[in-house]
Design a protein around this ligand. Structure first.
Ligand code: GLN
Length: 257
């Protein structure tokens, strides 16, 4: 494998819903734009998981999610890499997989990887589907701008004492346990229910992960296009029609700059 920052998208053939593979691309581009040498690897489930510095796991349907968890447990590389200091972004099914237990399609508990102290059960209510707006609360994530994303899941996730919730939802469901929490973080492992892809909508979150993986200070980038996307999505999340119209006018002006 090449040198530089090794970014690995884990099992895009199983965990590839909602364009979550785009998170890997965002990380690789934001590294390259800063002159940080980075390589992006798509780790298919039939192959051994490569060693990496930063792993991305995406969302998936119940069946592929069970297969992905079993294969990752057997492979062992991801767990070993985290023990050696690798960073992880885990989204939705990926978030559930890095936890201790998650439900299969019948609601029976399956073993996760135990990288994050969260456990997931099947919810009794309707699926959580829609736009999410959430404010970061985790000390481990530092001060970051409000998160924007999209969720679609049946699982309800409880955050245990070994991790802290990532954020509090202003709009949407998030972890779904009735405490308005969304996602979780412990060390360099960060889980969230947010698709989008979440790093395209929240470049500051991408930079948090890049900082963890490189251990260095990152120079700021010109994010005015990303900021425009965020404004538009946050306005959708807040669902105010007049606010939406104002935001769209502001975005058109910003993008003409
Ligand atoms: N299968 C999981 C659930 O429904 C995860 C779904 C997803 O990744 N979008 O909770």
């Amino acid at each position: 494998m090449s040198t530089g920052l090794r970014i690995v998208v884990v099992y895009p053939d199983l965990l590839g819903t909602y364009g979550d593979g785009g998170n890997g691309l965002v990380l690789a581009r934001r590294a390259e734009w800063r002159g940080i040498k980075a390589s992006l690897h798509q780790a298919l489930s039939a192959d051994p998981v490569p060693m990496g510095d930063l792993y991305c796991l995406g969302g998936g349907e119940d069946g592929p999610q069970v297969r992905a968890a079993a294969a990752l447990r057997q492979d062992g590389t991801l767990v070993g890499a985290v023990e050696r200091g690798a960073a992880v972004l885990a989204v939705c099914a990926g978030f559930q997989i890095v936890g201790t237990t998650f439900p299969d399609a019948n609601g029976s508990g399956r073993a996760g990887l135990g990288l994050l102290d969260v456990s997931t059960v099947k919810g009794t209510g309707p699926r959580a589907v829609g736009e999410v707006v959430a404010d970061i609360t985790a000390a481990g994530a530092g001060p970051l701008p409000t998160l924007s994303g999209f969720e679609n899941h049946a699982g309800v996730t409880r955050v245990g004492p070994g991790a802290e919730p990532l954020a509090t939802v202003r709009r949407g469901i998030g972890n779904g346990g009735g405490d308005a929490s969304e996602g979780a973080v412990a060390g360099k492992v960060l889980g969230t229910y947010l698709h989008g892809p979440v790093l395209a909508r929240n470049p500051a979150l991408a930079d948090l992960l890049l900082g963890w993986a490189t251990g260095g200070q990152l120079v700021p980038l010109d994010d005015h296009e990303e900021a425009a996307l965020r404004q538009e999505r946050l306005a959708v999340g807040r669902r105010s029609p007049s606010g939406m119209a104002r935001t769209r006018r502001r975005i058109s002006r910003a993008l003409r700059r």
